[in-house]
Design a protein around this ligand. Structure first.
Ligand SMILES: [Zn+2]
Length: 231
C-alpha cells in the first residue's frame, strides 16, 4: 500500500532547474529580501535568475499553493502579508484543537515505515541545530513543516489535513523568527512526540503535541511588540 508521504519526497531532494528556481525565490521571500506584501515581477525575477519566464511561473504557482505568494487578478504575484497579533492567536488556537488529535491518531495507526521516516527527519533537524544562520533555519523550517504535515496526513482525516494546510503555519512562523536560530527545545519536543507515537501511546502523543505547540506559541509570542494591537 502506498503511503502518502511528504517526508519521502523531501529526503530524496531531486535537483531540477524548476526546484532551483523555486528554492531561489523561496529564499528571497523567507529572508525578506522580497518584503511581505511586495509585488513580484515575473519578468524582473527571470532576469535576476537568468532563466526564462516558464520556470519562474511554475515556481510562483508552487509558492502560491504553499501560501508564500498571492496571485491577484490583473496585478500578478506578490509576497503574502504577515500575520497580525489576533491572527497569530487564532492560528495557535486552531493548531491546538487539531494537531494533538492528529498525534493521538498517529500513535494508533501510523505505519512503522513512516515513523522511521519521521525519525530520519528528526536526525536532520538535530544536525541543523549545530549550524548558524538563516539558511540553516530556512531548512529547519521546511523539515519542521514536513514533520507536522506528515502527522496530519497520517492521522487519516482529510478535513484536518485541509484545515491545517490552509493555515500555512510555517510561512508565518518563519518570518516571526527571522533572526532566530534553530531551537534545541523544539528538537527535544519532536523527539518526545515521536517516542510516544512509536510506543503506540495515544495519550502521550496527544500531550506531547499539545506541549510542543504551546511552547512554540510562547517562543513566537514575544515577537509581537503588543498583544493588544488588533487582539
Ligand atoms: Zn514542530
Amino acid at each position: 500500500m502506498a503511503v502518502p508521504s511528504a517526508v519521502a519526497g523531501l529526503l530524496r531532494r531531486p535537483a531540477r532547474l524548476g526546484d532551483e528556481v523555486y528554492s531561489a525565490i523561496f529564499a528571497r521571500i523567507m529572508s525578506l529580501e522580497i518584503a511581505p506584501g511586495a509585488r513580484i515581477s515575473v519578468d524582473a525575477m527571470a532576469r535576476q535568475l537568468g532563466v526564462s519566464q516558464t520556470p519562474i511561473r511554475e515556481a510562483l504557482a508552487r509558492l502560491e499553493s504553499e501560501g508564500l505568494v498571492i496571485k491577484t487578478h490583473l496585478i500578478g504575484y506578490s509576497a503574502a502579508p504577515q500575520l497580525n497579533a489576533k491572527q497569530f492567536v487564532d492560528l495557535y488556537e486552531l493548531r491546538l484543537l487539531l494537531e494533538p488529535f492528529a498525534a493521538r491518531k498517529c500513535a494508533e495507526i501510523m505505519p512503522a515505515e513512516v515513523i522511521d521516516q519521521l525519525g530520519a527527519l528528526c536526525v536532520e533537524m538535530e544536525a541543523l541545530s549545530h549550524r548558524e544562520g538563516l539558511d540553516a533555519y530556512a531548512q529547519f523550517a521546511q523539515l519542521d513543516m514536513a514533520f507536522h504535515d506528515q502527522i496530519a496526513v497520517s492521522a487519516g482525516n482529510a478535513l484536518v489535513v485541509e484545515a491545517l494546510s490552509r493555515l500555512h503555519t510555517h510561512v508565518h512562523l518563519f518570518w516571526l523568527l527571522f533572526h532566530a536560530r534553530v531551537t534545541k527545545s523544539a528538537i527535544e519536543e519532536h523527539q518526545k512526540l515521536l517516542a510516544a507515537i512509536r510506543a503506540r501511546d495515544p495519550d502521550g502523543a496527544e500531550a506531547a503535541m499539545r506541549e510542543h505547540i504551546e511552547r512554540s506559541r510562547d517562543r513566537f509570542k514575544a515577537r509581537y511588540p503588543s498583544q493588544t494591537r488588533g487582539a
